[in-house]
Design a protein around this ligand. Structure first.
Ligand SMILES: NC(=O)C1=CN([C@@H]2O[C@H](COP(=O)(O)OP(=O)(O)OC[C@H]3O[C@@H](n4cnc5c(N)ncnc54)[C@H](OP(=O)(O)O)[C@@H]3O)[C@@H](O)[C@H]2O)[C@@H](O)CC1
Ligand SMILES: [K+]
Length: 512
């Protein structure tokens, strides 16, 4: 499913009107009717039920007037509360306001205070205050109206976007409507699928408003990765497959106190279908990994008794990487200076597709230009916002302000694939493509989930998946496996090892 920015949607509206002769009025009619349909589908068309439509002065309010007209036809008692004076309403919105003929329309440019009782006494509130035209923090009468909508205690349907949600980033601009259902038009907006906007949107329904396919197909945007999109990426295994044809990966991981990270990365590589897994660990912890891992082969790497990798291990690891299909670098390696030197040298020297995670990323924070030297080679980085901030040299707030811009910008600059973790993980390719992940749940907020993801990614790369496919499928699979657990009642408190065990089932549900 394609997702677009607010500006792209507005350009699509304009192109439809200019090049295809479909009027804005027709688009608004289709939008309002589609929204009324979605409301009746969800809440029924029982006669006499009261709906309060809170309208702003733009075209989002215009949709609200059309919704009022259609819901009335279907037996609802619709009241429009307009938070502007009629002389502020222009164009198609003005035409549709006129069509309502003033009946059941309350003009309230001074705000909602005098109409407070209308909110809780309605059966449904429709939020048609602000859509893709929202520009800045919401204050004044609009902010008060959003407060009244959220406090009403009745179901709320948002038109296009919950008012107060930034259309591009999903940020809340001071205050935002919390909807049970959001009916959005033509394509989902980036603000509908990124948090907190995704949570404010509730269930998302996309209504076809008659935009030509050419306009929709040509629009620049990202991909929202849901189960259908992920299933299209899966490459079912050939009947003649053998371990030698399913990828041999090398995982460089572990240190004293962090052997679990190494074990989990290796196990999830196997669970994702990796043919052979070699796990290289510092020799001091090797006996532990011998016990912890079963399917993966372990290799001790000389560490002079320190319990972590040292720079001197470079030739050994460079040699070990020969003939491997993909390498993962970072789970549980720790933050020793000598380990960081080793990582930097490996990043520069190894040509094999590489996933870099955890302290592997922190090793690069001091020298991100090394990534640029890998131009043309496949590199996947899996930072959480803190690691991303260290890599970009900014703060976490800068990263989170626009997660897509951060990941896309970093990928383009250094020629890498960036997986910016967090709810609605962002996946960016070096060529500007990007995706937002739709799987996962808050139960995943625990240690070891990142190591699990690293294992999944290196496994898919090792099996020959193109890197952007491996990233999108891997991230979805990770969240989907956790969603399968949550569906069985194992939500908060799930272990990363539990998630690993669900990977094969998740993969098979996607057709793998
Ligand atoms: N043909 C089409 O285009 C179609 C569009 N469609 C619909 O139109 C919607 C987009 O309409 P839109 O462009 O009129 O913007 P909209 O979201 O109504 O808000 C803009 C108004 O809000 C104001 N405003 C902005 N920020 C504010 C703030 N923080 N606090 C307070 N006010 C603020 C701003 O005022 P200004 O600052 O410009 O004075 C302006 O007046 C789209 O989401 C979809 O629902 C569908 O019908 C399909 C066809
Ligand atoms: K809205």
């Amino acid at each position: 499913m394609k997702v677009v920015s607010g500006e792209t949607m507005q350009q699509m509206d304009q192109r439809t009107i200019r090049e295809f002769g479909i009027s804005g009025l027709t688009l608004m009619e289709n939008a309002g009717r589609g929204c009324a349909d979605a409301i009746c589908d969800r809440f029924g068309a029982a006669s006499g039920r009261r709906v309060l439509i809170v309208a702003g002065k733009g075209n989002n309010g215009g949709d609200g007037y059309v919704i009022a007209r259609y819901l009335r036809e279907r037996g609802w008692q619709a009241t429009v509360l307009l938070l502007a004076s009629p002389d502020q309403i222009r164009g198609d919105a003005a035409t549709n306001l006129e069509r309502l003929g003033g009946e059941g329309v309350i003009i309230a440019p001074e705000g909602v205070a005098a109409y407070a009782e209308l909110f809780p006494s309605s059966d449904l509130v429709v939020d048609a205050l602000l859509g893709t035209g929202v520009k800045s923090e919401v204050t004044g009468v609009y902010a008060e109206a959003i407060g009244a909508i959220n406090a009403a205690g009745v179901p709320v349907v948002a038109v296009d976007l919950p008012s107060g949600v930034d259309a591009n980033t999903g940020r809340v601009l001071g205050v935002a409507v919390k909807a049970e259902l959001t009916v959005t038009f033509a394509l989902a907006k980036l603000g509908n699928v990124q948090f907190p906007g995704a949570e404010h949107s509730g269930k998302l329904v996309i209504v076809d408003i008659g935009m030509p396919k050419q306009v929709v197909d040509a629009a620049p945007g990202g991909e929202f990765v849901d189960a259908a999109a992920a299933a299209r990426l899966v490459r079912p295994r050939r009947k003649t497959a053998h371990k030698g044809s399913s990828g041999h990966t090398l995982i460089v991981a572990g240190s004293t106190g962090k052997t679990g990270a190494a074990a989990m990365a290796a196990a999830s590589t196997v669970r994702t279908g990796g043919g052979l897994v070699t796990l290289a660990v510092p020799e001091s912890v090797h006996p532990i990994l011998e016990v912890k891992t079963t399917e993966a082969m372990t290799v001790p790497v000389g560490d002079h008794g320190r319990g972590h990798f040292t720079a001197g291990a470079f030739p050994f690891l460079e040699n070990l990487a020969q003939g491997k299909d993909a390498v993962a670098l970072g789970p549980g390696i720790g933050a020793a200076r000598t380990t960081f030197f080793l990582v930097q040298r490996l990043v520069e020297a190894l040509e094999v597709p590489m996933v870099i995670d955890a302290d592997g990323l922190n090793a690069l924070a001091a020298a991100p230009e090394l990534l640029g030297k890998r131009q043309g080679r496949v590199t996947v980085l899996t930072p959480h916002p803190g690691e991303m901030a260290r890599l970009t040299g900014g703060g976490v707030a800068d990263v989170e302000r626009d997660r897509i811009a951060t990941a896309v910008g970093f990928s383009a600059r250094y020629g890498v694939h960036t997986i910016l973790k967090g709810a609605a993980t962002v996946i960016a390719a070096p060529d500007g493509r990007y995706a937002v992940n739709g799987s996962g749940n808050p139960g995943m907020a625990s240690g070891g989930m990142g190591d699990t993801l690293t294992g999944i990614l290196v496994s898919l790369l090792g099996q020959g998946y193109p890197p952007f496919d491996a990233c999108r499928l891997g991230v979805f699979l990770h969240g989907f496996a956790a969603d399968l657990l949550a569906a069985q009642g194992c939500g908060v408190g799930m272990h990363a090892t539990d998630v690993q065990e669900k990977i094969p089932l998740a993969l098979s549900r996607l057709g793998g």
